[in-house]
Design a protein around this ligand. Structure first.
Ligand code: NFS
Length: 672
């Protein structure tokens, strides 16, 4: 097999903790996703969306213009089919997560679980109110039971409209009606996507892509939104909390348990049980000082933003955590879990524990989770991990960790802009209208070993902050920024533009707001909806000066997110490889799919989806789009020279001081 040159640890990642672990892996002769990506030359035919393997007359590889599959399928049809299948798999993953959350809510409402309660009754009432579920004189469990039934019904619904779509701006709902994009039921759209792309069905690329939009909406305004709603109701709506991120959160003298995956159901229970005196005593009886929990991927985000449990890292750090030799158990549920973990863990004492009914990995220990016995199972898992502490060998934990403040739910953003007395999105809208905030960028999504770990996320982030663009983040992108300190007020403020800085200082927020896991991209939809409802920035999401970016994407879920954000009116930019790039020497008119998801979709939805590999070009187009939307709204042209000197003159003087002295003057903290 042809091999690519091995990159150095510095070329693989900008994160010093990751670099250190990659050096250790090299010394131990252990491969990781980074080196496997070096060794695996990606298939250029598949990468361009030109391989069709939906029947066994092929797989057909279309290698030159004019080629078709054995059945006659053209490049455009094959690309569109591959694309919708990826979007459908992503929508299915998010939505199945949402389904499990809805079942958990139903079980909690009927006293069938162990250890769970309804934590956010206020949110339960607000959400129930959207669907006219009676609230008055009813207990939280009665309301939750009805909401769970309604949510569970959205999956198998055959006709009508997914009920959650009514939470979008009215004008947007009309756009979806006019374009026939309203999903009827969540499962129905995914099944239909598979049917349409079976051999010999839908072969008009534009028609296929239209259903891709409908399927993605069943995710964003369906399954994912259900997941976010129910997680908040059961585990609490996030509010700012202090946390830490990076491998340095692992502790030398404690039992390290890393939870990895996506669902908060088990991980929240592990958090609760790990604080029980009997479990802590058990850890001590084995020679450890206690139990240290941390997370990887979106499970990390779920417990980071609710309980302040540290994040050991993002997607590409799952193997690196095990390479420290200090992890007693990695407990996984669903999604983004590398099969390589098991083989890698064989080099250490680490136990990989699978817990989902849906996910088994050969060689891992399976301890199946069941919410009806959640406390008992969580205790079993923790004891199993504690028993493994004495088997530790040599360890090496990078001394790298950064503080962060996550937890910016849309409810909290509303509150922070005016307190409970006059909570409102008005100050945010005003800041965008005045030009202090030039626009909003959502930087989300994965890591991908095909690009330098964390580089694109943080580069794009930094450059947009300098341009007074307020950044909101979720998923692995948020953890990348956290590690660099952007999610902590003062730490990031020296690097942001003058207008954005004024806003952050006034409200007391970091310039990058961590809004949660990937299913929580729905929080971004809700924020955009609230901005519209507040007024002054148009009457639909596509008029807001906002852009979504997934610079290091790799998963099918990312494509589904991109599609539903596009359909909601956003310009969405993906970095890295385009799965629909087609032949490098394109003939005129042979680029139907790429053009359609950009220009065609923009005509219909006001949003568009593009794949742009060059980060500077991503930034240029982001700013161009933001300025175009500002102009269309009649807002003043962005002019940073107006800001930074308009506040209280004392603040301006103070801002010139070094951080420690500024704090001393402001808060009476003695300067060091
Ligand atoms: Ni999102 Fe979260 Fe990370 Fe990508 Fe995977 S963890 S759901 S898919 S890799 S951001």
């Amino acid at each position: 097999m042809a091999k690519r040159k091995r990159l150095t640890p510095e070329e693989h990642s900008i994160d010093p903790a990751a670099q250190q672990m990659l050096i250790r892996a090299d010394e131990l002769g252990i491969g990781t996703a980074f080196t496997r990506a070096d060794d695996m030359v990606a298939c250029n035919i598949g990468a361009a969306g030109l391989c069709c393997k939906i029947c066994s007359m092929g797989p057909c590889r279309l290698v030159k213009p004019g080629d078709t599959g054995v059945c006659g399928a053209t490049m455009d049809t094959i690309q569109a089919r591959n694309f919708i299948r990826a979007i459908s798999a992503g929508a299915a993953a998010h939505s199945d997560h949402g389904r499990d959350m809805a079942f958990t809510l139903k079980a909690v409402a009927n006293d069938q679980t162990e250890g769970y309660v309804i934590r956010d009754v206020a949110k339960l009432r607000v959400i129930a109110g959207h669907y006219d579920i009676p609230i008055k004189d009813r207990s939280p469990k009665e309301i939750a039971n009805d909401l769970a039934d309604l949510y569970i019904a959205q999956f198998g619904q055959q006709r009508g409209e997914v009920a959650l779509l009514k939470r979008a701006p009215e004008k947007r709902q009309q756009v979806w009606k006019d374009t026939g994009a309203i999903p009827r039921g969540i499962d129905r759209e995914v099944v239909e996507a598979l049917h349409r792309t079976h051999i010999g069905d839908d072969q008009d690329p534009v028609h296929i892509l239209q259903h891709a939009v409908r399927t993605s909406l069943a995710d964003g305004w369906g399954g994912s939104l259900i997941a976010t709603d129910v997680s908040d109701i059961l585990f609490g709506t996030p509010a700012p909390i202090l946390g830490q991120a990076n491998l340095g959160v692992l502790k030398e003298d404690m039992v390290n348990i890393v939870v990895h995956g996506h669902e908060p159901t088990l991980s929240s229970m592990i958090v609760a049980v790990s604080q029980m005196p009997e479990i802590i005593e058990y850890a001590k009886s084995k020679g450890a000082k206690g139990i240290n929990l941390s997370g990887i991927c979106c499970t990390a985000n779920e417990i980071l933003m609710r309980q302040g449990i540290p994040a050991a890292g993002n997607f590409l750090q799952q193997e690196l955590a095990i390479l420290t030799g200090a992890v007693e158990a990695m407990v996984v549920d669903v999604q983004c879990i590398m099969q390589a973990l098991v083989g890698l863990a064989d080099n250490f004492h680490t136990k990989i524990i699978t817990t989902s009914k849906k996910v088994k990995i050969k060689g891992a220990t399976h301890m199946e989770f069941d919410e009806h016995k959640a406390v008992t199972i969580a205790k079993d898992i923790l004891r199993f991990a504690i028993d493994n502490y004495e088997n530790r060998g040599e360890i090496q934990i990078p001394d790298e960790r950064a503080d962060l403040v996550p937890g910016f739910s849309h409810e909290y953003i509303n509150y922070m802009l005016g307190g409970s007395y006059r909570s409102s999105f008005r100050p945010l809208n005003d800041a965008v209208m005045s030009g202090r905030i030039r626009g909003i960028a959502a930087i989300v999504g994965c890591n991908n070993p095909r690009s330098q770990h964390d580089y694109l996320h943080t580069y794009v982030n930094k450059k947009l902050l300098e341009q007074d663009v307020l950044v909101v983040e979720t998923g692995c992108g948020a953890i990348a920024s956290a590690k660099l300190g952007y999610l902590l007020g003062d730490a990031g403020l020296d690097e942001v533009g003058p207008g954005l800085r004024e806003i952050c200082e006034t409200i007391g927020i970091p310039p990058v707001l961590h809004m949660g896991s990937c299913v929580d991209n729905t929080r971004i939809l809700t924020v955009l909806t609230q901005i519209v409802e507040e007024g002054g920035l148009g009457d639909d999401i596509d008029q807001i000066p906002a852009v979504g970016l997934a610079p290091e994407w790799m998963s099918e879920k990312a494509l589904s997110i991109g599609a539903y954000c596009m359909a909601s009116g956003a310009y969405v930019i993906f970095g890295g490889n385009s799965p629909i790039s087609g032949w490098p020497d394109k003939l005129p008119g042979s680029d139907i799919v790429s053009q359609y998801i950009s220009e065609g979709w923009e005509d219909l939805y006001g949003g568009k989806m593009e794949f742009i590999a060059d980060p500077d070009e991503m930034i240029r187009r982001t700013l161009e789009h933001i300025d175009k939307k500002r102009a269309a709204l009649g807002l003043p042209e962005y002019d940073p020279s107006k800001w930074g000197r308009s506040g209280d003159s004392r603040m301006i003087d103070l801002n010139e001081l070094p951080l420690a002295k500024r704090k001393a003057a402001l808060y009476g903290v003695p300067a060091k």
